[in-house]
Ligand binder design. Structure first.
Ligand SMILES: [Zn+2]
Ligand SMILES: [Zn+2]
Ligand SMILES: [Zn+2]
Length: 512
């Protein structure tokens, strides 16, 4: 009856339980002619409704006693033996396994005994389950030690412990390893919070230290000189003869940043901002005078933050000229370069400037032979009564100065001059110079400067008309570089004037 009920119950929960497990190990022995009785031994996991029981074979062992009935010559004797059988311990989440029982209600424990209760029939044993109360954590697991929970069985009152599996190492507080370099991030390391000694090391984002630059352009931390930009080249503005331009290729710079050239010349540092000259280059322009052609310019580029971002670059007009001679087969270019260096050397001698290191000393005899022959000059000067004379200022440009006398200091501020000439390209140039910009020379003599002239204009006549405050003409003069050079023949500056004229004529020929 009980068994019938149990089977019904099993059908209801058949999905969830392991069903009756036929214990395949049949108990029998055959010894010669002995007849051995055999019994079926079965486990019923007796699963609580809705719960799933897990069971593995061979997880425990029990000695099951067997009865051996011996029939021999008509007489029957019964003896007992035993066999070691494994009876598993089942498990079920939320339930306490209370042992195996002979009845489904679990009132009679299955306690086989050789002496008192041998297994002498087909046998089914039933698992006893007690529902566990809520589990409390006795100890939490770590990465090396299992944790433990405890729960009280509602059926038998026993406190049942269960293990909580070990967990993985956990890392919470990372500390920088302070091993970042100028270009590499630092790492950071945390110890396992469970104290197992394991550590975890990861990269600390954005922790690279960056180079420390100052004016020497060498990182104070790692000693590296990082060359971010290179001087793309240098050139000269031939129209004005002696500016030296240094170029940065637009490919190499961040155009939202400002780049400054620090140019050291004779110990003086000049800072110049690079500005765009075309779609390919940014440039700075450094003015030089004729006598400075052999002066070394030391250039370095700095970014907005003041970091040196280029190599130290050294150049001079002479170096530029040497490169031009090496790179050009054009006879006009070569003659122009030679005349330019001869002009520089003449200016050095005239101004007694660095004469041991003359600009044209870099020329071979063969190159020196390319120099222009003497240039024929004509004096086209026309002077008014108040004209005191003319001279040249040898700055980057050739500046023609005209002097006028008999000018009253009271009137000068209201006077003005119109300086006009047709330049070497055929374009009419006209510049109005206000009286307040006339430069007082001495006494009643004032200087009017024309800085619009370039070397190629040397043969162009310049007319300067000076006006009174009321607009009437005060005086006028006409002159030219050529005329000045002609007048200088035989003077102490004649060799310089001759060099200028040769250079000017070469420049004109090169440009036309
Ligand atoms: Zn229990
Ligand atoms: Zn750990
Ligand atoms: Zn560095």
């Amino acid at each position: 009856m009980k068994r019938h009920r149990m089977l019904t119950k099993l059908l209801i929960v058949c999905i969830a339980i392991a069903m009756l497990i036929p214990f395949a190990k049949a108990i029998h022995t055959t010894v010669n002619t002995y007849h051995i009785a055999t019994y079926n031994f079965q486990l019923d996991v007796n699963a609580p409704e809705g719960a799933q029981v897990e069971i593995e074979k061979d997880t425990g062992s029990i000695k099951l006693w067997k009865t051996i009935t011996t029939k021999y010559n008509g007489s029957t004797t019964t003896s007992y033996s035993y066999e070691n059988l494994s009876i598993p311990t089942p498990s079920c989440d939320g339930y306490h396994f209370g042992g195996w029982y002979n009845d489904a209600a679990c009132s009679q424990p299955f306690e086989p005994s050789y002496k008192t209760s041998p297994v002498t029939n087909d046998t089914i044993v039933y698992a006893k389950w007690g529902k566990l109360g809520e589990a409390t954590v006795v100890s939490a697991p770590t990465c090396t030690v299992e944790g433990e929970t405890a729960a009280v069985c509602e059926r038998c009152g026993e406190t049942v412990s269960a293990a909580i599996p070990v967990v993985e190492c956990a890392f919470e507080t990372y500390v920088s390893d302070e091993n970042g370099t100028c270009t590499k991030n630092s790492t950071q390391t945390a110890q396992c919070i469970y104290g197992c000694g394991n550590t975890d090391t990861i990269e600390l984002p954005d922790s690279e230290l960056g180079h420390i630059y100052d004016a020497d352009g060498i990182c104070d931390r790692c000693g590296e000189r990082v060359q971010l930009v290179a001087i793309a080249g240098a050139n000269m503005t031939l129209g004005n003869a002696l500016h030296m331009n240094f170029l940065l290729s637009i490919d190499q710079i961040d155009t939202t940043d400002d780049y400054t050239a620090k140019i050291t010349h004779n110990g003086q540092v000049t800072e110049l901002l690079f500005t765009p000259v075309n779609s390919d280059y940014y440039a700075v322009t450094y003015p030089l005078t004729a006598k400075q052609m052999n002066d070394e310019l030391i250039l370095e580029v700095f970014d907005e933050k003041g970091n040196a971002v280029s190599a130290v670059y050294t150049d001079s007009v002479c170096s530029y000229a040497a490169r031009a001679l090496d790179n050009s087969n054009d006879s006009e270019v070569r003659r122009f370069v030679v005349d330019m260096l001869n002009y520089g050397a003449a200016a050095q001698k005239f101004f007694k400037y660095n004469t041991r290191n003359l600009a044209n000393s870099i020329l071979t005899e063969e190159e020196q032979a390319l120099a222009s022959e003497k240039v024929e000059c004509i004096n086209r000067q026309i002077k008014g009564a108040h004209c005191y004379g003319s001279n040249l200022t040898l700055e980057s440009n050739i500046q023609m100065n005209m002097y006028f006398k008999d000018i009253s200091a009271d009137d000068v501020a209201d006077m003005y001059a119109i300086v006009s000439f047709t330049d070497h390209t055929g374009t009419a140039q006209s510049v109005r110079i206000e009286g307040e910009d006339f430069v007082h020379y001495f006494g009643d003599i004032y200087k009017i400067q024309n800085s619009a002239l370039v070397l190629s204009d040397a043969r162009k006549t310049v007319t300067c008309v000076v006006f009174n405050a009321d607009g009437s003409i005060f005086d006028h003069a006409t002159d030219s570089v050529e005329s000045y050079v002609k007048r200088a023949e035989g003077s102490t500056s004649s060799y310089l004037c001759e060099a200028i004229m040769k250079f000017a004529v070469s420049a004109h020929e090169l440009l036309h």
